[in-house]
Design a protein around this ligand. Structure first.
Ligand code: COA
Length: 558
């Protein structure tokens, strides 16, 4: 089928659907929801058999849905209607939730249902649920709906329901003097990563994100108990929780201690070393060991890795490589493995160019430490999505295993033609060939874990439900392999041969010379693109590599 995706943004769910539908042989194009007239023009040019709206913030114009079958992905169970569907589900503590694919009609979310899928509502933030359970359910439901449309004999039925109002500020207002940890956590989670819960810190209004329960610290309700790295801890009536990120009025979302420099005066509640804390707390870098395998997790919000985070992770990795293990698994975070350098911190720096330079050097140091590790075999285990430099940082490991369903964006040019570093010029071409590397970089399209393995970029795509168990089992097998010493020696020999052919320092210098032009040169594209990305400026056009109906040579197939 010819399918037009109409979406507010090319977000992770839209990207995943793009990959899944294209992989099934459908012809795809995308238009961002910029204006009714733009959507009308897109359907006139593309003449789709089907329009799918994976992520819209407003209704599809009648001129479009009355002439073309339009299927809307609603992040709610059948009968649920209206905005803030997932927010309400979290606030109400629903045990199960769902995704419904329904046909657009005059009344929002009330059209006939083509398919739905449900899931257990994990206690987690809205963004995390959206990127995991909602995305998986949406893929199942959309693929079923598309099959039903293609079959032509399915009659969708309307499901009775009533529209709920958007979540109002008062619906999730926080009262530190009266509410429990669980109550405050649910409120913050219902608004993560947008719009955040309105509150105040240090007497200043702000929005809270990225909350984590604290098992042991206690204090007077509302009291700020201390800080750890970039997070602050605040007491509730029955315990305490950590706030990782905040957005001050008129500002951008930042790690809490960056947004509020006053936090420096709070007591430092440092953890001793890198070992995973025995009880729940905020810990961005955590190390565990089992059966000759070290597992290094880095739970960096949104997968963004700032200069200090990269330096600390490099230190943790070096420490882990001194342990008596045979394999180190780099586990990343639960939602993202890595999205490269921290664009928000760069944007908020006094000199974004200097901070970009420091950050790219810090992430390169980390990649280099992984590449040069001679004491263990290394595995990058991607349970969450990765983008830009994060995809290549993973490739610095000896093996890369990704969870089925993970979406990867192994390219940089969407960020103002950024050249990229993280040794991608060393790591990518041998895997996919020079032409393959050039195509991945210039096409700027997402790829699934399965596609990354099929093209040779990554090594294994493991089933989703048992990914963590599978990774641990495979890593333990690697550690116990009878020929382990030979494999380690072969790795060292390969590295030495590569180094003799062209030193890592030369790859790095070449990449950084191009990055220096991006950061300090006369073309400001990267700085402009970063500003719009961080400020979440509304889209004003659809990138041409996605809006295929706007190609100059676009012709409707006969
Ligand atoms: N730095 C800071 N924040 C980042 C980030 C980065 N490198 N990458 C993603 N984020 C943030 C987004 O701003 C968003 O924030 P929110 O919580 O306020 O909504 C959140 O992470 C999720 O990102 P989003 O773009 O909504 O997710 P997605 O899954 O739809 O798209 C990417 C994933 C990777 C394609 C996209 O986030 C991206 O292009 N990131 C930038 C990658 C990059 O250029 N890195 C620098 C070069 S190494």
């Amino acid at each position: 089928m010819r399918i037009l995706l109409l979406s507010h943004a090319f977000n992770s769910l839209t990207q995943r659907l793009w990959c899944e539908l294209a992989g099934r042989g459908h012809q795809l194009s995308l238009e961002l929801d910029i204006a009714d007239s733009v959507a009308e023009e897109a359907v006139a040019l593309f003449r789709p058999d089907l329009v799918i709206a994976p992520f819209l913030k407003r209704a599809i114009p009648e001129t479009v849905w009355s002439r073309h079958r339009c299927l809307v992905v609603h992040p709610g169970s059948p009968g649920d209607r209206g905005p803030s569907a997932l927010d309400w589900a979290i606030l109400r503590g629903e045990p199960r939730w769902g995704v419904t694919v329904l046909q657009a009609e005059a009344e929002m979310d009330a059209g006939p249902v083509w398919a739905s899928a449900d899931f257990a509502l994990r206690p987690a933030g809205k963004g995390s649920l959206y990127r995991n359970e909602v995305t998986e359910a949406a893929v199942r439901a959309v693929l079923l709906a598309v099959d039903r449309v293609a079959a032509g004999d399915f009659v969708p039925q309307c499901v009775p329901g009533a529209a709920h109002a958007p979540v109002a500020r008062a619906d999730r207002a926080i009262d530190w003097q009266r509410q429990s940890t669980a109550g405050i956590l649910a409120r913050i989670r219902s608004a993560d990563g947008f719009p955040g819960v309105a509150d105040s810190l240090f007497g200043e209004p702000c929005r809270l994100f990225d909350a984590w329960p604290e098992a042991t610290l206690r204090g007077a309700p509302g009291e700020l108990l201390g800080r750890r790295e970039t997070a602050v801890c605040r007491a509730t009536t029955d315990g305490a929780l950590w706030i990782g990120h905040v957005r001050r009025d008129g500002g951008i979302k930042l790690p809490a201690t960056h947004a509020f420099p006053q936090a420096a005066a709070l007591p430092e509640l440092a953890l001793p070393g890198w070992w995973k804390a025995p009880a729940p707390t905020w810990q961005d870098i955590a190390y565990e060991e089992a059966g000759g395998v070290g597992f290094l997790s880095f739970e960096f919000y949104n997968g963004a890795m700032g200069t200090a985070q990269c330096r600390r992770l490099t230190e943790a990795f070096r420490w882990a490589s001194g342990r008596p293990t045979r394999v180190i698994v780099l586990r990343g975070g639960s939602d993202f493995w890595s999205n490269g350098i921290h664009l928000n911190l760069i944007e908020s720096a006094d000199s974004p160019a200097d901070e970009s330079w420091a950050n790219i050097n810090a992430i390169d140091d980390l990649a280099e430490a992984v590449l040069r590790c001679e004491t263990q075999l290394t595995v990058a285990a991607l349970g969450g999505n990765a983008g830009a430099g994060g995809c290549f940082l993973a490739r610095a490991a000896d093996r890369v295993w990704a969870r089925d369903g993970v979406v990867l964006n192994p390219h940089y040019r969407n960020m103002g033609n950024l050249y990229g570093s993280e040794f991608w010029t060393y790591l990518l071409p041998p895997r996919v060939g020079a032409d393959g590397a050039a195509a991945i970089m210039s096409r700027r399209l997402p790829m699934t874990a399965a596609e990354a393995v099929a093209c040779g970029f990554y090594d294994a795509c493991l089933p989703a439900p048992c990914f963590a168990v599978d990774v641990a089992r495979r890593a333990a097998e690697l550690a116990a392999a009878p020929d382990f010493a030979d494999r380690l020696a072969a790795k060292a020999a390969r590295r030495a041969a590569d180094e003799a052919a062209k030193p890592l320092a030369a790859y790095r210098a070449d990449e950084l010379a191009a990055m220096r032009r991006n950061f300090y040169g006369f073309d400001p594209s990267y700085h402009v693109a970063r500003y719009h990305f961080v400020a979440k400026s509304p889209h004003s056009w659809t990138p041409r590599h996605l809006a295929r109906h706007r190609d100059l040579d676009w012709k409707i197939p006969a």
